[in-house]
Design a protein around this ligand. Structure first.
Ligand SMILES: Cc1cc2nc3c(=O)[nH]c(=O)nc-3n(C[C@H](O)[C@H](O)[C@H](O)COP(=O)(O)O)c2cc1C
Length: 167
């Protein structure tokens, strides 16, 4: 898929088909995330792969029961890891690093014909327990990935003339 096409095709999908994500595709998604830029190239984030019925269920519960999180065959949990960043205010850089990596993963998944939905509403404490992250590694976003089980309506956007300003 051409890049602009992937950007246009991506949308949040909240129903997933009962179909596994191929290992090669998952690896390609993780490789894309790993190519994301990061402040000072410190890559102040970690990615946890969550699969298997029990873990998926527990992850879903950490998202205040957003059902599609349990339905997706695999989810990536993007965590900040500020301790890796050697700059002042490492928490901010870590948040930006993890956000960009998650965005790369999301677009790579779209490119591979997969669906995702960025999930930011979850309990970091519960999600941390599910993935077994150590101290200093904090879940920032959950990205369920799977084959779409719905075609959602297109969401609207602000007009560029409203959003973009001459500085
Ligand atoms: C930071 C962030 C947090 C989000 N959290 C959730 C969430 O917890 N649950 C959910 O269903 N969608 C969540 N979304 C998806 C947005 O609702 C969605 O991106 C927005 O409505 C635009 O729709 P689109 O992605 O289909 O273009 C989140 C998106 C972002 C960027």
């Amino acid at each position: 898929m051409e890049f602009q096409e992937a950007v246009r095709a991506r949308q949040s999908v909240r129903v997933y088909a009962d179909r596994m994500v191929e290992e090669a595709k998952l690896t390609a998604i993780l490789e894309a995330a790993n190519r994301a830029p990061s402040a000072g190239n410190f890559q102040a984030y970690e990615i946890y792969v969550v699969r298997g019925q029990a873990k998926r269920q527990a992850l879903m519960e950490s998202t205040f029961d957003q059902k599609f999180v349990g339905q997706a065959p695999v989810s990536l949990v993007f965590c900040t890891h500020a301790g890796r960043c050697e700059y002042p205010s490492p928490e901010t850089w870590a948040l930006e690093d993890a956000t960009i990596a998650c965005t790369f993963a999301m677009l790579a998944a779209t490119d591979l014909g997969l669906a995702t939905c960025w999930v930011g509403a979850f309990s970091p404490d519960l999600a941390t327990k599910v993935i077994g992250a150590p101290e200093g590694v904090t879940p920032m976003a959950i990205l369920p990935i799977g084959y779409a089980g719905e075609t959602p309506e297109r969401t609207s956007r602000r007009a560029l003339r409203e959003l973009v300003h001459e500085g």
